[in-house]
Write a protein that binds this ligand. Structure first.
Ligand SMILES: C[S@@+](CC[C@H](N)C(=O)[O-])C[C@H]1O[C@@H](n2cnc3c(N)ncnc32)[C@H](O)[C@@H]1O
Length: 270
C-alpha cells in the first residue's frame, strides 16, 4: 500500500511507540505515563488494559486498532497509514501497545514505515508479558540451579515460512517462554519432546497475567495440550516451560482476588 503524504508539507507531529506492559496499570513506566498524558491522538491495541486506557486524556482522539475475536481489526498497512496521517495533523501521536513494542509487537515494522515517510519518532519500552507473567506467577525465568538462559518464542509455528528450531528450544538448562502458543500446544509439545525435552518438564500456562483475573495452569510438558484446552483458560495466555516452573508454588505471592488497581493519578504528581 502506498502511504499518504501531504505535498510540500512535512509532518508536524511526532509518534511515540509506547509499551503499556502486561496489564497491571502500575507496571506502566513513568515515561509512558507522561507521554500518554500529553497525547493528542492514541492508537491502541486490544491487549492494552482498561485501567491504562482510562489514563488517556479526554481531549485525545482514541483509535482502537487491535484484534479482538470476531470483530474487525485494522490490518498492518491500515495502521501504518493512520499513524502517518495522524502525524501530519496532530502534535503528539501515541501508538500504545501491550507489553513491549519490540517483543512480538510489530514495533519495528511500524517504525520502519515512520522512518521511510520522514515522521519523527521515539520508543518507550514496556514490561513484556514474559517478565510480568513470571514475576506475578512466582516463576523466576533464570535461576542458578535450574536455568542458565531464557528464550522467548512465538507459538504461531509458521512452519512453511520459518521452521521452528525445536532442537535449539529443547535444551533442558534453558527456560522457554512461548507467546501466542495456546492454539498450537500440541505441536509445541510434540516438537519439544521429539527433540529430547523430557515429558516430565514442568510447565505453566498463565492467563491474564498481572490482573485481577490472572490464573495459573501448572503441569508437565506431556500434558501441555490438556492444560491449554482447559475451559477456564482465558486469553491472553503465555506458556513457561522449564525446571524453574517447579518453584511456582513455593514462590507464589500474587493473589488476584486481592488485587485492585491503585488510583495512579494520585500517586504520580506529573
Ligand atoms: C502479539 S503478542 C504481544 C506481546 C507484547 N508485545 C509483549 O511484549 O508482551 C500477544 C501475546 O502476548 C502474551 N500476553 C500478553 N499479555 C499477556 C498477559 N497479561 N498474560 C498472559 N499473556 C500475555 C500472550 O501470549 C499473547 O498471545
Amino acid at each position: 500500500m502506498e502511504l499518504v503524504s501531504i505535498p510540500g508539507q512535512g509532518a508536524k507531529g511526532k509518534v511515540w511507540i509506547v509499551g503499556a506492559g502486561p496489564g497491571d496499570v502500575e507496571l506502566l513506566t513513568l515515561k509512558a505515563y507522561r507521554v500518554l498524558k500529553q497525547a493528542d491522538a492514541v492508537l491502541y491495541d486490544a491487549l492494552v488494559s482498561q485501567d491504562i486506557l482510562d489514563l488517556i486524556p479526554q481531549s485525545a482522539e482514541k483509535i482502537a486498532v487491535g484484534k479482538r475475536a470476531g470483530k474487525h481489526s485494522a490490518g498492518q498497512d491500515e495502521i501504518n497509514q493512520v499513524l502517518v496521517t495522524k502525524a501530519y495533523t496532530r502534535k503528539n501521536v501515541v501508538r500504545l501497545k501491550g507489553g513491549d513494542p519490540f517483543i512480538f509487537g510489530r514495533g519495528g515494522e511500524e517504525l520502519q514505515t515512520l522512518a521511510e515517510t520522514g515522521v519523527a519518532f521515539e520508543v518507550v519500552p514496556g514490561i513484556t508479558a514474559a517478565s510480568g507473567t513470571a514475576a506475578y506467577a512466582g516463576i523466576p525465568l533464570t535461576h542458578r540451579d535450574f536455568a542458565q538462559g531464557v528464550t522467548f518464542i512465538t507459538g504461531h509455528c509458521q512452519l512453511q515460512s520459518r521452521p521452528m528450531d525445536w532442537q535449539g528450544y529443547a535444551n533442558p538448562n534453558n527456560t522457554l517462554v512461548v507467546y501466542m502458543g495456546i492454539l498450537n500446544a500440541e505441536i509445541i509439545r510434540d516438537g519439544l519432546m521429539s527433540s529430547g525435552r523430557d515429558g516430565d518438564t514442568p510447565v505453566a500456562i498463565v492467563s491474564k497475567a498481572t490482573t485481577a483475573s490472572q490464573q495459573r495452569f501448572i503441569g508437565k510438558l506431556s500434558e501441555l495440550s490438556q492444560l491449554a484446552a482447559d475451559p477456564a483458560l482465558q486469553m491472553p495466555a503465555l506458556m513457561i516451560i522449564g525446571e524453574v516452573v517447579s518453584l511456582a508454588d513455593s514462590l507464589n505471592w500474587f493473589n488476584p482476588q486481592e488485587y485492585s488497581a491503585a488510583p495512579i493519578q494520585s500517586q504520580v504528581g506529573i
